[in-house]
Design a protein around this ligand. Structure first.
Ligand code: 5GP
Length: 143
């Protein structure tokens, strides 16, 4: 792990110091709703391992993380009734990363629609976020 700051918000969520709208958890990963969604259903999948970027993740944990991204992606597809899923993952401030704990964005949208939206800018409606989470959890349970 290189210069990992354990005060980042996702580290606090993992320690239970900050709340999140969780949709999935296993031994190695956690998935929860983005607080400033770029589209309804915008979900984040993170490793429990303290990696700042993808390049800090031990390779033996990469499979676990991708497995969860795949599961959550399929559930978002069903829950949000949108076949097109953009998976985005930013490494370093210079790439636009704003939270310095490795995460994959899972978004039921298209590259065109996404390019018209600002990233991590507007707080989502908590009620809508919760409704999306409930649908995603139901879809995960049915996978
Ligand atoms: P990044 O810019 O690092 O790729 O993405 C960070 C994401 O985390 C953004 O989409 C942003 O909306 C989201 N985010 C920032 N703070 C919080 C938080 O406290 N809780 C949740 N659930 N998402 C957050």
């Amino acid at each position: 792990m290189s210069n990992y700051d354990d005060q980042n918000v996702f580290a606090k969520i993992l320690r239970g110091e900050l709340p999140c709208t969780k949709v999935y958890e296993d031994e190695h990963t956690l998935a929860f709703m983005d607080i400033m969604p770029q589209i309804d259903g915008h979900t984040l999948v993170i490793p429990k391992y303290p990696a700042t970027t993808l390049f800090d993740l031990p390779p033996e944990l990469a499979g676990h993380l991708l497995n969860s991204v795949q599961k959550v992606g399929k559930a978002v597809q069903v829950a949000m009734q949108h076949k097109g899923i953009v998976i985005m993952q930013l490494n370093d401030k210079s790439a636009g990363q704003t939270v310095f704990h490795l995460h994959f964005h899972v978004m039921p949208t298209s590259l065109g629609a996404l390019s018209k939206q600002s990233h991590a800018h507007v707080m989502g409606d908590p009620a809508v976020i919760q409704q999306c989470a409930d649908k995603i959890k139901a879809a995960l349970a049915a996978l």
